[in-house]
Write a protein of this length. Structure first.
Length: 100
């Protein structure tokens, strides 16, 4: 889950830095991200299913066309203190519904 979160946060940061990026710029960044994720899968750092979900989430964030719509269940929380744990975040958001 950490690698997925890292990729989504990297994507979010890139989108903030390059507001108004062209489709070609977004595709290029997506390709770089995809290449990194494939390497991590080959090294056994993440399962292909988890990598696919993260890449699809990134493509959706970039506004790129997807073969199938994916559920919009990803939430990115930024600006937290380093002392905040995963359990703290789960506790804070569980009142909004099931957390996968």
């Amino acid at each position: 889950i950490e690698l997925e979160a890292d990729l989504l946060c990297e994507m979010n940061d890139w989108l903030k830095r390059t507001e108004g990026a062209s489709v070609d710029e977004r595709r290029e960044f997506m390709q770089e991200s995809l290449n990194k994720m494939v390497a991590i899968v080959h090294q056994g750092g993440i399962s292909p299913e988890d990598a696919s979900r993260a890449i699809h989430g990134c493509a959706a964030m970039l506004g790129l066309q997807l073969a199938e719509d994916i559920p919009e269940t990803t939430l990115i929380v930024t600006g937290m203190r380093f002392s905040v744990t995963k359990e703290d975040v789960r506790d804070a958001f569980k009142k909004f519904g099931e957390i996968e």
